[in-house]
Each structure stands twice: as structure tokens, then as C-alpha cells.
Write a new protein. Structure first.
Length: 174
């Protein structure tokens, strides 16, 4: 009797060990966890990033830090400042600078909206995460308002109260 074989036309991406989860868009390249703690995140926007080749390779390996980064609108263009992308390990003399100012790509009408909102007192643009989408690197920017120390304490109190109530409900069910 003949042995049956299955023929795949495309490789199974879930089981392909050579495919990086960051580059395929399954996992974020960088997340700014401090953003939610230090700011009230009001509205979120997606923007493309203009990067060099070695910067893209560093982002794929996950060597990106958005902790102190912020967005700035200057001359009708959106810029990302203080975003640290580590130099590529296998780069040569043409490697990039780690804290270079990078241009963000966003529609003009969204920039006009952001100009009006960021000129209000206390509002700023904070990157919350960097990720891959269809092979391109995107940054999620949030329109944010800074939290005072008492705001942070109030948020923490609310979070612990919610956690305790969930645990009480879970304990009652069992």
C-alpha cells in the first residue's frame, strides 16, 4: 500500500522557528510601561517611523527603549525625540546614533489636530509602544496629560481595590 504524504504549499508560520515573533508582528518591539503610570493617556495615534537599515535590525532584536521619548511637532512635521535604539551588533562604521531624532509619518490632517491639542497646557505626545505592521515599523503615540503624585496614589488605590474585589468574587465562586 502506498504511503500517504501531505504537501504544504506555504510553510506554517506558527511552527517556523526561524521567524522572529517581533518581526512578524506577534510581539511588540518596545513598550513604554511608564507612560500609563506617569500620564493620563487620552487619545492614541499610529505613526510610521523613518529609520535607517541598522536601526530596523536593532528594533527586530528588541533593543529599543521608549522610556524618556516624546513627540514634538515642528514646522508641520512630527518628530520622535529621545527614543533610544541601540547600535546594531553586527554593524560597521555606518552604524546609527542611538538617540537620533527620528521623523514620524502621519497624515497632515492628524498633524493639524495634534497641533491644536498639544498647544493646550499640560498635554504632550508620548510613545506607548513600537511594533511591526505588514513589515513596517509603527509607533503608537498617545496624547497624554501628566499625573501629579496624588493622582498616581489614587490610581494605585483604585487598582488594588479592584484586584481585591475580583479575588473576593473568585473566592466566593469556589
Amino acid at each position: 500500500m502506498a504511503k500517504q504524504t501531505t504537501h504544504q504549499t506555504r510553510p506554517n508560520r506558527e511552527n517556523n522557528p526561524r521567524r522572529q515573533p517581533t518581526a512578524s508582528g506577534e510581539k511588540d518591539a518596545a513598550v513604554n510601561r511608564n507612560a500609563g503610570h506617569n500620564y493620563f493617556l487620552l487619545e492614541k495615534f499610529e505613526a510610521g517611523v523613518v529609520l535607517t537599515g541598522t536601526e530596523v535590525k536593532s528594533v527586530r532584536t528588541g533593543k529599543t527603549n521608549l522610556k524618556d521619548a516624546y513627540g514634538l511637532i515642528k514646522d508641520g512635521e512630527l518628530w520622535l525625540l529621545n527614543c533610544h535604539i541601540s547600535p546594531y551588533d553586527h554593524g560597521n562604521y555606518a552604524n546609527h546614533a542611538a538617540l537620533r531624532t527620528r521623523k514620524l509619518l502621519i497624515h497632515k490632517e492628524e498633524i493639524r489636530k495634534l497641533i491644536g491639542k498639544t498647544q493646550q497646557k499640560g498635554l504632550t505626545l508620548i510613545p506607548t509602544r513600537m511594533y511591526f505592521k505588514n513589515g513596517r515599523i509603527k509607533v503608537e503615540l498617545a496624547l497624554a496629560k501628566g499625573k501629579q503624585l496624588w493622582d498616581k496614589r489614587e490610581t494605585e488605590r483604585r487598582r488594588t481595590a479592584d484586584k481585591e474585589s475580583r479575588e473576593a468574587i473568585r473566592a466566593r465562586k469556589t
